[in-house]
Every structure is written in structure tokens, then in C-alpha cells.
Design a protein around this ligand. Structure first.
Ligand SMILES: NC(=O)c1ccc[n+]([C@@H]2O[C@H](COP(=O)([O-])OP(=O)(O)OC[C@H]3O[C@@H](n4cnc5c(N)ncnc54)[C@H](OP(=O)(O)O)[C@@H]3O)[C@@H](O)[C@H]2O)c1
Length: 329
């Protein structure tokens, strides 16, 4: 029997996931029954929604309820409660103060035995220890480095290995800005260019003040270093007051976690990076993560940290894992 799928949040990531599902998952035993967006509308069809039709509808600038006139309307929480879902894809905007409303959606779903795949950093960074034991499976590959599957890599390939620390460039927007600045542009000029290209939001605070990278390093630490740290445990500094650079180093916004006798020390701050450091060669919107281990020394993963199809693919990978764990494939 097909797994019944619902999506909450139908923006870049929700749509990107459907695009990947159409391209790569045509034979998977899944049936999309509900999509709850906000301005994009909210539709529920028990017999199944045609994903291509849903994508076409929003690409034409229409609301889903205009295109699927016979569909029931189930807003986000109602979709979780009444949709009889097997799997919820949660892709609403990240809120790093309260994690809401996503936290409520995810908690409700997991408690009812619905498996959840989320791209949303808030609930995982702030509430992982509560969410991990609620019932359903929780997966969140898209939350860290989006399309570069770092979480799955560690989970699948480093079993039994002790993680001694992480060090990485986990925010593509700031890395793009800093790359531009290493070519001589000022912070203001580089930010404007990032906004022009769609890499930075009109309010760039979450990126440039280091909150986004903080959420990602917290997820890594709390999931793989067995801690339950919160944002106030992280020393955080943004990039807004850095000067343009033309010397033999580059500024990078580096997220670091180091295992110490006393616990794990975590920080996000700009660092001068020289050519003998592998992070020196991570430019533009790319992300990279160095994983320090007890047995294998240091492993480095590098790749895309954002993007519609990239993030959609991370959700798709999680979907495959959930279907496998539920013995559907
Ligand atoms: N974009 C990336 O490359 C990327 C990468 C990794 C992780 N993520 C994470 O993925 C999530 C989604 O990102 P995105 O880029 O897809 O953002 P987005 O394009 O802004 O899409 C978010 C969608 O959620 C809708 N929404 C907001 N509140 C809602 C609610 N309560 N119920 C239902 N829908 C709601 C919004 O509706 P409106 O259209 O009405 O605003 C919007 O369509 C975020 O948490 C983000 O941090 C994104």
C-alpha cells in the first residue's frame, strides 16, 4: 500500500521536493494527499493529488484551491490531525526563537505516529531531544548543508566512531558575501550583490549575524555529540563589521564545535583563513564541513548548501530512508 504524504509549506523547498519526486521517484509507493501552504492555498484529496498539476498551478501564479476546485481545505494543523498521513514533509520558514509553528506541527505528527521529514532548522536545533522520542521517525537531512548529505554520511558511515569536533562553513550567503569581499568589495556592496542574485533575503539578519550557521552547528552537536546545547551555549559573532580584504588570507564565517573535558565548546565567528587551510578553497555559496574523529582523523565534505532542487533532493533521500525503515521499499 502507498504511503500517504502531506506537505506543509509549499515554497522553494516544498516545490523543489515535488520536482525531485517527479523526476526520481515515479515508481515509489507514495501518494500525495495534502498540501498546506499559506498564500499558496491548502488542498486535500483523499484519492491523491497530481504533483505535476500542483507545481504547474503555482508556477502560473495561482492558488492551489483555484486549480483543485473539488479539493477539501485542510490548513496545516488540520492536515496533520485529519489527513490520515503516513509521512509529513514540513518546509515552513525557520524560526530560531520559538521554532513555531513548525514545532507544533511536527510534535503533533510524531505523537500520532506520523513520520516527519523537515527542512526546518528551528525545531531540530531547539527541540531535538524532545522530538526524537515521540513515536514517528524524524529525519532532517535538508537542515544542514541542504543537498550535501552530511547527516546521512555520518549516520550511515561513521557508526561507532567518536566525533571529536566539527569545523565548517555552513552558510552559503555569508560565504558568498565574504568571497566577494576578498575580491575587494565592501560588505555593503557584497550584500547588495547577494540580494540581487537571490542568495540573501531583504532582511539578511539570520545569515549575516550567524544565526543560521549557529542552528546548523547545534544540530550537528546535539545529534552526533550526544549533547543538548541551546543557542545561548554558542558564542556567536556575525560578519557585518568586517573590512574588505585583499591580503593573503580570506575571511570565512566558521562554525566550530570542540570536545573538551568540560563538555563541547561551540562557536560561530569570522576567522582569517590562510591557504594551508582546506576551508580557504571553499568559495561562493558552497559549504564545507570537517569532521574530526578518533579513528579516521579528519574527513571533509564539500558541496551545495542551499537551492531548490538540492534541498528537495535531501528531503527525497530522507523519504527513501523512511520508506525503507517502514519496509515499503
Ligand atoms: N531554500 C533553501 O535552499 C533551503 C535550504 C535548506 C533548508 N531550508 C529551510 O526550508 C524551509 C523552507 O524554506 P523555503 O526556501 O522553501 O522558504 P519559502 O520559499 O519562504 O517557503 C516557505 C513556505 O511556507 C509557507 N508557510 C509559512 N507559514 C506557513 C504555515 N504556518 N503553514 C503552511 N505554510 C506556511 C509560506 O507561505 P507564503 O507563500 O504565504 O509565504 C511559503 O510558501 C525553511 O525552514 C528553510 O530554512 C531552505
Amino acid at each position: 500500500m502507498s504511503a500517504r504524504l502531506g506537505i506543509i509549506g509549499f515554497g522553494t523547498v516544498g516545490q523543489g521536493f515535488l520536482e525531485v519526486l517527479i523526476k526520481k521517484g515515479a515508481d515509489l509507493p507514495v501518494k500525495l494527499v495534502g498540501i498546506a501552504g499559506r498564500s499558496k492555498g491548502e488542498i486535500f484529496i483523499d484519492e491523491g493529488i497530481d504533483p505535476a498539476e500542483a507545481l504547474r498551478c503555482v508556477a502560473e501564479g495561482k492558488n492551489l484551491n483555484e486549480c483543485f476546485k473539488d479539493a477539501l481545505r485542510l490548513p496545516s494543523l488540520e492536515l496533520v490531525r485529519k489527513g490520515n498521513l503516513d509521512i509529513l514533509i514540513e518546509a515552513t520558514p525557520t524560526n530560531l526563537e520559538t521554532a513555531e509553528p513548525a514545532f507544533t506541527y511536527i510534535k503533533e505528527a510524531l505523537k500520532s505516529g506520523i513520520d516527519v521529514i523537515t527542512a526546518n532548522k528551528g525545531p531540530v536545533a531547539l527541540h531535538y531531544s524532545e522530538l526524537k522520542n515521540l513515536g514517528g521517525i524524524l529525519r532532517f537531512e535538508a537542515t544542514v548543508m541542504s543537498g550535501t548529505p552530511v547527516l546521512g554520511f555520518i549516520e550511515d558511515n561513521l557508526k561507532g566512531v567518536e566525533i571529536l569536533g566539527f569545523r565548517g562553513i555552513l552558510n552559503g550567503t555569508t560565504n558568498f558575501i565574504l568571497t566577494e569581499m576578498s575580491g575587494g568589495r565592501t560588505y555593503e556592496e557584497a550584500l547588495k550583490e547577494a540580494q540581487r542574485r537571490g542568495y540573501a533575503e531583504s532582511d539578511p539578519t539570520a545569515d549575516v549575524e550567524g544565526f543560521d550557521a549557529l542552528a546548523k552547528i547545534l544540530i550537528l552537536v546535539n545529534v552526533f555529540m550526544g549533547k543538548a546545547l541551546s543557542p545561548t551555549d554558542v558564542k556567536r559573532e556575525g560578519i557585518t563589521s568586517l573590512p574588505a580584504t585583499t591580503g593573503d588570507f580570506k575571511w570565512k564565517l566558521v562554525a566550530t564545535a570542540i570536545k573538551k573535558e568540560s563538555g563541547v565548546e561551540v562557536s560561530v565567528k569570522p576567522e582569517r583563513i590562510y591557504p594551508d587551510d582546506p576551508l580557504y578553497y571553499v568559495d561562493g555559496t558552497e559549504n564545507a564541513l570537517l569532521i574530526k574523529t578518533d579513528i579516521l582523523g579528519t574527513i571533509m565534505l564539500k558541496g551545495p548548501g542551499a537551492g531548490r532542487l538540492e534541498t528537495g533532493f535531501a528531503i527525497f533521500l530522507d523519504l527513501l530512508k523512511v520508506l525503507k525503515e517502514r519496509e515499503k521499499i
